[in-house]
Design a protein around this ligand. Structure first.
Ligand SMILES: [Zn+2]
Ligand SMILES: [Zn+2]
Length: 269
């Protein structure tokens, strides 16, 4: 499995890619080319061109969840390449309208519009994209220290309701040495995700994780998450996107953290 960071908040010194507060990872596994999230703007296309990556050969697009820093880049993607034969995997609630008192931040297209554009495959259950790469679907939320606060509201069945982003999911690679989790924002809780990945894949070894872990404040969630991750005995951890500097610093003191930036490439068996 090969993973390349195409969009992230961060760029490395002397590597002239563009950053934006968003996520997109390109994953190549067993002949499939999978894009997890599309970023917010055309930065995805511009970084892919700079990295000499051909996105027209994508087989799958996966949305970790519906927020527009993960889905809005799809507008630019579809205007520049033919996406009609690509599979799009997401939770069925991914395309609901979302807002708070000041902003709208849902995906800029409805499930109906998506169905017209790509081979849309909504799923709450796990979906195997290859023998070893799984979209987890809806993540059970069992820990009381994470995923407890709503983020604005979502419009479902004619009413606006508190949005706990239950569509938030992740990919997991079931490698030779154990599981590797790939998250977008981890609104479901990174520890909930790891626990569910172990259950779905039937493997209790977790070697690492990359993605937004939605750790912004220093407090109980961060403390409990670090304790959980330490107990997992991870070999590599790549917190990015929605992880604050303070949270990264706390993690760096206790976990095998590596700095993430656009262009980072990971390969594993
Ligand atoms: Zn989000
Ligand atoms: Zn995000």
């Amino acid at each position: 499995m090969k993973l390349q960071v195409l969009v992230d908040n961060h760029t490395y010194i002397d590597a002239y890619y563009l950053g934006e507060p968003a996520v997109s990872f390109l994953i190549e596994e067993d002949g499939k080319k999978i894009l997890l999230d599309t970023g917010y703007s055309d930065v995805l296309l511009r970084n892919a061109a700079q990295l000499e990556l051909d996105l027209s050969k994508l087989t799958h697009i996966v949305f970790s969840h519906g927020h527009n820093d993960h889905t809005r880049g799809f507008q630019f993607l579809k205007e520049n390449i033919d996406v009609s034969s690509m599979h799009l995997i997401a939770h069925p609630d991914c395309f609901l309208p979302r807002a708070d008192d000041t902003d709208v931040f849902g995906a800029p297209f409805s499930a109906e519009e998506i169905t017209e554009l790509v081979r849309y495959q909504p799923s709450k259950s796990p979906v195997y994209l290859t023998e070893k790469l799984v979209f987890l679907g809806e993540i059970p939320r069992r820990n009381d220290f994470e995923a407890s606060e709503p983020i604005g509201r979502r419009y479902k069945d004619g009413t606006w309701e508190k949005d706990y982003v239950i569509d938030d999911s992740a990919l997991v690679y079931c490698g030779e040495d154990g599981l590797f989790l790939i998250s977008g924002c981890a609104h479901s809780g990174i520890c909930n995700m790891i626990a569910y990945a172990k259950e779905v894949c039937g493997d209790h070894r977790i070697v690492g994780a990359i993605g937004g872990f939605h750790l912004l404040d220093v407090g109980r969630q961060l403390t409990e998450t670090i304790a959980y991750l330490k107990a997992c005995n991870l070999k590599q951890l790549y917190p990015c996107h929605c992880v604050s500097l303070a949270a990264k610093a706390a993690m760096l003191a206790e976990l095998p953290v590596t700095e993430v930036g656009v262009g980072l490439t990971l390969e594993m068996k």
